[in-house]
Structures are given as C-alpha cells and as structure tokens.
Design a protein around this ligand. Sequence first.
Ligand code: 2NE
Length: 406
Amino acid sequence: MIIAIRTCWKVLTVVESNSGSNWVPTLVKVETLCIILSPNTWPPFPNCHTTTLSLHFLLNPPSPPLQPASMASGDHEKQLITVTRRVAAVSNHLLPPPHTLPPIISSSNCSTSINDSYHRIHGEVSNNIPVWKTACDESGKEFTDIIYEKAEGEAIAKITINRPERRNAFRPHTIKELIRAFDDARDDSTIGVIILTGKGTKAFCSGGDQALRSGDGYADFENFGRLNVLDLQVQIRRLPKPVIAMVAGYAVGGGHVLHMVCDLTIASDHAIFGQTGPKVGSFDAGYGSSIMSRLVGPKKAREMWFLARFYTAQEAEKMGLINTVVPLEKLEQETVKWCREIIRNSPTAIRVLKAAINAVDDGHAGHQEVGGNATLIFYGTEEGNEGKTAYMERRPPNFSRFPRRP
Ligand code: 2NE
C-alpha cells in the first residue's frame, strides 16, 4: 500500500513539475518511472509490480503518447483535461508527499524513526549489556554443562550451554541442568524473559552428543539412554515467559530444534542453521518437524529435512525461521534490547499471547495452557472470589451481582 502511495506521488510530482506552458504529460515516462522507482526504492514490498501495473492502466490513455507539437490545440486541451482528471482521481487517494510520510518500519529500530505520541510515550530502550550475575537453582548445586545468569536489577535470565569444545552438543546431564535452570527462571517472579545461547561464537548448539549415542538414546553417567531433550522442548514451549534463542555460529541437528522451540531467534550474521539427522541416522519427528513446517511451510521443511542442507542466517531470516540477523559484535546488545522491549510490556498479555500462538499446534496441551491462563485471571476477579468465599463461609454463592455480558 505504501508503495502505491509513494509511487503515485512520485508520478504526480513529475507530472506537476512539468505543468505550465511547456506541460508535456508523457505518460510513457510516467510508466517507466513507476517501474524504476518501485523495486529500487522499496524492495521489501513484493507486490510493487501489481501496483505499477494498475497505476499504468489508470494513467495510461488508450491513445499513443501525447506529442503537443504535432497536435491540434483542441485535441491537446482535451487530452490535457483527461489526464488532469485522471491525475486528480488518483490524488484523491493519496497521502502527503513522501517526505511527510512515516518512514518504512524496520524490525528492530522502528521506535528511533517515528515521531508520534506512541513512540514519544514508550521511547527507546537501552541496548547496554547488563551486569550478569551467576545464578543457581534451589538445589544450590553447581552447574557444570551450562552457565546460568541473571541480569543485575533486570528481569532477564541467560542460560548458556557450556560445551564449546563439542560445539555445545548436549548430553543428558546438560539437558538436566538446562531443565533446572529453566524451572528456576520460570518460578522466579523477578524474571520476565529468558535468553538461551551457547558458549563462544562457533556454535549455539550442535545437537545430541554423538559420542554418547547408544541403542536407546544418549547415555552419559547412567547405563541407559535418554532423549530428555524432548522434555526440555516441551518445557520451553509451555514456559509462560518468552524464551529468546541468541544464536552465534551453528544451530544444527537437535540444536536447531532447540532454537525453533524458542519464541524468538536472534542470530549473528555468521550463524548457520540446519538439520543433520538423516545424515547421522537420526530425526526429530516431533516438534522438530511440526514446528519447522509451521515456521517455514511444509515444502521448505521437507527440503530442510530430506536434503539436510545448511542455511545462512540471511537465508534463515528470509524463510521465516528466525527473527533478525545482526553483526556478531551486536548480537548480545540486540538481544537484550528485545528483552527490554518485552519486559516493559504487560506480563499477562505476553503470557496469554505465547500460549495462544502455540495453542493450535499444541492440541489439547495448547488448549490447556490457554485455559489455565483464563483460570488464573478469573481467580483474581470478584466473581471468582465469591465462589471461594462462599465455600469457606459455608453458604451458597451469590453470583447475582455479576453481569451476564453480551
Ligand atoms: C557443527 C559442525 C557442522 C561444526 O563443524 P566444525 O568443522 O566447525 O567443527 P568440528 O571439527 O566438526 O567439531 C569440533 C569438535 O566438536 C565435536 C567434533 O567431534 C569435534 O571434536 P574433536 O574432533 O575436536 O574432538 N562435535 C561437534 N558436534 C558434535 C556432536 N553433535 N556430538 C559430538 N561431538 C560433536 C559439526 O561439528 C557437525 O556436523 N556436528 C554434528 C552435528 C550433528 O549431526 N548433530 C546430531 C544431530 S541428531 C540430534 O541432535 C538429535 C536428534 O536428531 C533427535 C533427538 C535428539 C538429538
């Protein structure tokens, strides 16, 4: 739409700047201008050609281009009137010229460039790296395979897979620690958003540690295998706070699935994404397939799984697999900026929205999550409280004063 408006205005500008005694409404030029302007000026809008086409039909007369010198003055004026009428018809649908239009909104810095009351009130957030303090869960046991931190004075937790020598591949113990840390961050009411990342810049996570793969999963300190990463995936999906994957380097195999189950993914420009399962005799036919299909569409999901190719961060962004790409040195700054933008918003709204967005894909479990949120909110109402109070007072509840809303 913005394309249409801007393109039209450019057209008008040219037509008007040629007005006066030498006014030559060369509509061929107008058409050319549309074609040149649209793709170069606003490439993010794929439908600009449709706009161009309809503009062309609107403005282009059925007769050959006007050549005032070769025309009788009566014909010339008649054509001039026709063109003027057409231009006026278009201009009725136009907003002010481009310099007064709001700029195109980019995903991460929109609030810097728009001057309206919304942006004046809500303002910018800082992207300063917080002071991270080592955290522990209620067991008090130290973590070995992860680093668990909370930002000093801020509602942000950061969980880092700490096996860089294995490209942050996880073993069952790693997953157990991740589950403990996520549990703690969920229960800590001072925490509003959680970052999941990998140690170093080479990998976010390279999936299950293949050296520990056994006939029944992955086995480290026990004599039986586990696939407890599946429990972690469910935990992240159901956690009522946003989880942001901060990806530097490889997010492949089970590590790729981990970023997909996170609510948002912010990647460095050298990040690499992909599934390796079919090459190493493995697959994730659960969230790893269904969520991917939802994110990138079933055709692309088949491509990713069947061919087991790797994709650059830019390709991943283009296919909707991740939210944004930033230079490596800005990765943490950008991620904490997103965290801060989230945590200043209503926690209940965020909580219900996360559940709602997951609900359809998560079936009964998704429905239950949304239902649980409804109950949670209802318990805080007078109407909900009347039932409990009546029970405690051993009297019948009186719900008559509560409205039966349309
Ligand atoms: C990630 C990738 C592409 C990185 O390649 P490169 O060349 O940068 O590093 P390199 O040399 O391959 O790896 C460095 C060290 O990390 C180990 C390597 O063996 C190597 O060790 P050293 O030779 O230095 O001793 N390493 C890396 N990833 C590992 C892994 N997943 N397990 C054990 N050791 C690992 C490249 O390393 C790569 O392709 N890694 C394997 C990715 C992979 O196939 N992951 C498993 C997918 S299956 C899965 O995760 C899964 C599932 O499908 C279902 C349920 C649960 C899990």
